[in-house]
Design a protein around this ligand. Sequence first.
Ligand code: GDP
Length: 303
Amino acid sequence: MKPDQSHIDRWLLARKQQRSNRTHALLLKGLLEGSVSTLSQAITLIESNTKEDIQIAQQLLSSLPEPKQTAKRIGITGVPGVGKSTFIEQFGMQLIKAGHKVAVLAIDPSSSRTGGSILGDKTRMEQLSMQPNAFIRPTAAGHTLGGVAQYTRQAIALCEAAGFDIILIETVGVGQSETLVHGMVDFFVLLMLAGAGDELQGIKRGIIEMADAIAINKADGENIKRAKIAKVEYDRTLHLYPEKSSSWQPKTAVCSALNNEGIDAIWEIIQEYIQVTKKNGFFNKKRNEQNKFWLIQTIENQI
Ligand code: GDP
């Protein structure tokens, strides 16, 4: 008897389902073993537009176990050229040396960069990208702000499942993306330059208000003195803002990412923040609020 079309369709569907289950199981296993290539593959799936990929990605995301410990999420922003990638390279290396597993996710909703930029980012953070305990991934290009937000949240969950305990989220563009990142991180670092007015640096007051720490970068050579003056000025400005609900008074620091100076002090500030806000309950309160917000966003996006 010749099989009719409906038999063939059913058979094809069953095969597709089998393949998808197999892929999902392999991905989950690889991820939980901390495989960086599986993590990369899984993130590619959440970025994908094909129905089959989306299905596997959703299956994977919903089967992730609660992470043993959630990663610390740190946002890093500043205008192009301020030294974000140089800073992340040094900061990331320090964290790796201290035994952490570090993931770097970059966000740039306005970007027209394509998959090729993965290579670009690797050369941007040459040393870090070669570390087995580091994972660097630029944002998916061509997504809307809402799309990028959802993608980043999912990428964070995948990185956590793969055992990354520190996630650095870099905003490449200046503008709305800071607000977006602020809504998904525990701590927000703003990198600034001395001598360039806020206007020139394209930094809006709102972004300064969001910062938990301001680091004045390129504090080296002839710039050291100016950087120190800028630090005092920012200290003064920050004191004028109303107290944050975290009760945390934002700190300022000077650093030279190029010479790897002052970066450890910023890590100390972050650790102090975590200690203070865990003790006063703000750390978990903020996480809960963020989770609630993203749950509503995800539902809205799906509707
Ligand atoms: P991004 O666009 O914010 O990621 O900035 P980059 O990290 O690409 O740095 C832009 C330029 O500034 C590069 O030429 C870096 O070498 C340089 N740079 C970064 N950090 C420092 C620093 O601390 N001191 C000095 N003098 N130059 C730096």
